[in-house]
Write a protein that binds this ligand. Structure first.
Ligand code: MN
Length: 419
């Protein structure tokens, strides 16, 4: 199985985007900004997901221009013009031919030519689509173009449109190559979890567990975590976005981990909670069994026609039932609860699902109607601060008439996560 995307994929994606674009419009894809860490040190660069999806070009300061004028289409890519200094400090940059080969775009020029081709294609009734909300806001070129647009806008009929809703429509349903890559990211993530199961003993630090995971990721060609890994021992189980990962893993406590590899730009998202000693207490086991039961029931519901909003509701009802049987809520608590802040929110504060793809929290909204090929998380949890622990379990599910659990090979049964 091939895990890299070739130009056919990007050509197909642009063709699909053209079919959504009205006549006499253009779409401009701006790159992600290079973020400064401090001084002249930059954070590791990662391309904007849309720009990657429509071109495969991972290099900074790349702009894509797609024109649909008089019902004929033109595609352009604009890239950095390499010089000697760049070669010395940051190494190789794409040649024109390389950018053509990666993207399948025939018209590749250096960035200083962008304006010429942009203006050449721009007419008074052209609709100009660009992403108004993704992480491309700071890029100088985008700012320059947009401020020029705003100055000129009153004088002509150019209209600006948000590209995000169009790219969302395309990115939501994953193609078979994408699912293969997501599965690869999940498999590496699952292997890392198995390493942690062997590694964990009382007395290790959360960051040592993180190191086991990162080591496995890097060794297997993963360029980055898909998000900051949560390695949370004991009371930290209940901190939903814990990421300091500096504390000791103690005997009798649980270790909640939420982490995922990003493989060739696609994310995995996995949560597991395990006993640090290798054995649950009776109470921990009881709560674990409840969360596992909810996960198993919920994952059968990722069928076409569903929405995240409905899944959330169904999950809340299941969790509520478990909270009653765990003695955490009484029937009276439920009867007297305020609709806006249901009693179960004390123990389960988040939603059960989000879309997964190029971004770990991928495009798609709560009312997006699920269709085959969409990938979403299924992540119920119960957090009991007063008992000093919380449990979250999370698998990634492919929507189908019979939903497919892409994490089905990763240990989750009580017998599998205990020693
Ligand atoms: Mn998640």
């Amino acid at each position: 199985m091939e895990f890299s995307l070739n130009k056919d994929f990007f050509i197909r994606n642009r063709k699909n985007l053209f079919s959504l674009l009205p006549n006499n419009s253009m779409a401009i894809l701006f790159p992600a900004e290079q973020f400064v860490r401090n001084g002249d040190a930059l954070y590791k660069y990662r391309q904007n997901s849309d720009l990657f999806y429509f071109s495969g070009l991972k290099q900074e300061k790349t702009v894509i221009l797609l024109c649909k004028i008089n019902n004929s289409t033109d595609e352009y890519a604009f890239i950095i013009e390499p010089n000697e200094k760049m070669l010395i400090w940051t190494g190789h940059k794409y040649s024109i031919d390389e950018a053509k080969e990666i993207s399948g775009i025939k018209n590749v020029f250096y960035l200083n030519e962008f304006e010429k081709y942009f203006k050449e294609n721009l007419n008074n009734d052209t609709l100009v689509y660009y992403s108004m909300s993704s992480n491309t806001r700071g890029f100088d070129y985008k700012n320059k173009i947009i401020s020029e647009w705003k100055e000129g806008v009153e004088n002509d009929k150019i209209q600006f449109k948000d590209l995000d809703s169009l790219s969302m429509q395309l990115r939501l349903q994953k193609q078979k190559e994408e699912i293969a890559i997501i599965q690869k990211a999940i498999d590496i993530t699952g292997e890392a979890f198995k390493k942690v199961l062997d590694f964990i003993v009382p007395g290790v630090y959360e960051y040592e567990v993180e190191a086991e995971i990162s080591h496995h990721f890097i060794k297997n060609g993963v360029e980055s975590h898909a998000y900051s890994p949560i390695i949370a021992a004991g009371k930290n189980n209940c901190v939903l976005h814990y990421e300091t990962n500096r504390e000791l893993c103690k005997n009798g406590d649980l270790l909640l981990m939420d982490f995922g590899a990003e493989y060739n730009y696609y994310a995995a998202d996995l949560s597991r909670t395990i006993p640090i000693s290798g054995k649950f207490t009776n109470r921990q086991k009881q709560v674990y069994a409840s969360v596992l039961k909810v996960l198993k029931e919920m994952k059968t519901k990722y069928v076409p026609g569903q929405t995240i909003r409905k899944l959330n509701k169904e999950c809340e009802l299941l969790i509520q039932e478990e909270l009653v049987s765990l003695g955490l809520l009484s029937e009276a608590d439920i009867k007297n609860q305020n609709e806006d802040s249901p009693a179960l929110k004390k123990y389960y504060m988040h939603g059960v699902s989000h879309f997964i793809g190029l971004d770990v929290h991928d495009v798609g909204v709560k009312d997006t109607v699920l269709l085959p090929g969409m990938v979403l998380s299924c992540e119920p949890g119960i957090y009991i601060a007063e008992e000093g622990f919380g449990i979250r379990l999370e698998n990634d599910i492919l929507v189908a008439e019979n939903p497919i659990d892409l994490c089905s090979n990763i240990p989750i049964e009580i017998s599998e996560v205990c020693k």
